[in-house]
Every structure is written in C-alpha cells, then in structure tokens.
Design a protein around this ligand. Structure first.
Ligand code: NDP
Ligand SMILES: O=C(O)C1=N[C@H](C(=O)O)C[C@H](O)C1
Length: 271
C-alpha cells in the first residue's frame, strides 16, 4: 500500500514540530508539506531542522491550496479560526482532516461538522490513548454513581496555553455527562469566584490551573459522602498526542465522509 501523504498545519508550533518527528518515525506515513500562519517568520524554514531531526527538505509555507494536490490529508494543531478555514479548504480539495486544535465556539463546531459532510474529519480534544481510555472509564463511573457524587474536572497545563477549560477537560466532562445521562451544557459549572453559594447537586464543575511547562494533567473527581474516586492522566511528552494524531490520519484515509473522534479510531466507542 502507498504511503499516506500528510500536511502538518501549525508546523512551527509545539505540536507541529512534534508531529514532524512522529511522522518521520511512522511507517506508512510521509510528510508531504507544512503550513503555518502566513505571516509567520518561520515560513521558508526547513521543518526537519525546526523539529530537531535534521533537514528533510520540506519547508514551512503559508498556503494549504498550493500543497493540496500532493497530499491525502491534513493534521492540524493550530488555532480555532485557522482550523475552521482549513476544514473548508480540505473539503474543497478532498483531503481528510485530523483536528487536534481546542477552544472552539459553538459556531466553529458547526462549521467543522458541515465540512465533515463531504470529507472524513477526526477531531478530538486529546489524541492520546490514555486520555481516551480515561474518558471511557469516567463515563462508566458516572453511569454507576448517582448525584450524591459530585463530579469535578480539574486540569493543569503550561503557561502558554490560551484556552480554558482544556479540550480534554471538556471531553472528560462530556463523557461523565453522557454516563449520567445529562446535557453537559445545562449542567456545567465553569469558574467559581466570590460568594457562589453551595454547590448545585448534579453540576459538573471545571477548574483550570496554568503554570510552568506542564504538558497536560487531568483529573475526573467523583466526590461522595465520606469517599472520593479520582481518575487521573498525566502526559509526560507531546509525542503521545502526535502519535495518536498520525494513527488517526492512517485510519482516516479512504474513510467515508463524517465527523469521527479518537474513540472511533481506538475502537473505544463501546468500551
Ligand atoms: N488534541 C490534542 O491531543 C492536543 C491538542 N492541542 C491543541 O493544539 C493547539 C496547538 O497547540 P500548540 O502546538 O501547543 O500551540 P502553538 O501556539 O505552539 O502552535 C500553534 C501553531 O499554529 C500556527 N498558526 C496560527 N494561525 C495559523 C494559520 N492560519 N494557519 C496555519 N498555522 C497557524 C501558529 O503560528 P504563529 O505562532 O505564527 O501564530 C503556531 O505555529 C491548541 O489548540 C492546543 O490546545 C495540543 C496538544 C494536544
Ligand atoms: O494546549 C495543550 O498543550 C494541550 N491541549 C489539549 C487540551 O486542551 O486538552 C490536550 C493536551 O492536554 C495539551
């Protein structure tokens, strides 16, 4: 079978650089192009050199359209506005789209879902095996316990992260809400400050910490009367997300159009 040809979007970023490395290490995947913000000072730079693996002859560019003909799909860890635009461009060019970006608005989510009617899009707030397994466990625990157990999602990330709660926190909250059979939007408590009053039974709370170089740590806490269950995941290296994204890309090639998640890729939907 021929190699899956991939374009990395956000190639100059923390995840983009890690992806270039992960693709180089993956049999059956090849880096076909790279893009970053059109005004980025990194446009023209060699992506292998940026990633610390040595020159690979693939330069950072600023335009997906010029590369589309030489690729099967795009792996995208950028910012919401860029991911929405890329979903439209990928749909127009018939490329699959793997979206790792987080921090989307409801309108962004709708635009991506619309693009997924014509191409396969795999989108997840966390591409690692461990977090997706944790989400499956959180769903089960939430389904087992009643509202006597308060659900709190806590996350900590590095001091450069621009969105909160993290995509992973929302993914875990959604899993817990599904397990409990409630609508997350209606039961979320995001950010307490001042005289908040007592916790509303049945809410799913979110709290975010930022500092240092923490790659990503998440807790799903089930706090009940006189006992507490904590499900925890600690990412130690961005390679876990990059390897997951490359796995999603290999899975997406040739798939029917649709909006998929890492649960689909990892076969955890019915866990
Ligand atoms: N789903 C998952 O498993 C994971 C998701 N993430 C998410 O991925 C995203 C990126 O994270 P991270 O790599 O740390 O962030 P960075 O800020 O390091 O990287 C983002 C990159 O996207 C570039 N960019 C901005 N606009 C565009 C555009 N229009 N076209 C192409 N590239 C563009 C930025 O360029 P410039 O700096 O020049 O603006 C930058 O190089 C975040 O949303 C983060 O939450 C992160 C890790 C794992
Ligand atoms: O911005 C990050 O770094 C990360 N973002 C994702 C998120 O928002 O959950 C995944 C991971 O935790 C790292």
């Amino acid at each position: 079978m021929s190699d899956v040809r991939l374009i990395v979007a956000g190639a100059g970023g923390r995840m983009g650089r890690t992806l270039v490395k992960a693709i180089a290490e993956t049999k059956g995947a090849v880096l076909a192009g790279a893009i970053d913000a059109p005004a980025s000072p990194l446009v023209g730079r060699d992506t292998g050199e940026l990633s610390g693996i040595g020159a690979n002859g693939i330069a950072v560019t600023g335009d997906l359209a010029a590369l589309a003909g030489q690729a099967d799909g795009v792996i995208d860890f950028t910012i919401p506005a860029a991911s929405v635009a890329l979903a439209g461009q990928a749909a127009a060019a018939g490329l699959f789209h793997v979206v790792g970006t987080t921090g989307f608005s409801a309108a962004d989510e709708q635009a991506i879902a619309a693009a997924a009617t014509s191409i396969p899009i795999v989108k997840s707030g966390n591409m690692s095996l461990g977090v997706n397994l944790l989400a499956a466990l959180a769903k089960r625990v939430a389904a087992t316990l009643d509202e006597e157990f308060d659900i709190e999602i806590l996350e900590m990330h590095h001091n450069k992260k621009i969105d909160a709660p993290s995509g992973t926190a929302l993914l875990l909250g959604e899993a817990a809400a599904q397990g409990r059979g409630v609508d997350l939007a209606a039961r979320s408590d995001r950010g307490r400050d001042g005289h908040t009053g007592a916790r509303r039974p049945g809410d799913i709370g979110f709290a975010s910490l930022r500092g240092g170089t923490v790659v990503g740590e998440h807790w799903a806490i089930f706090a009940g009367p006189a006992e507490r269950i904590e499900l925890v995941h600690k990412a130690e290296d961005r390679m876990i997300f990059a390897r997951g994204a490359v796995k999603a890309a290999l899975w997406a090639k040739g798939r029917a159009p649709g909006l998929y998640s890492m649960m689909d890729v990892l076969g955890l939907k019915d866990f």
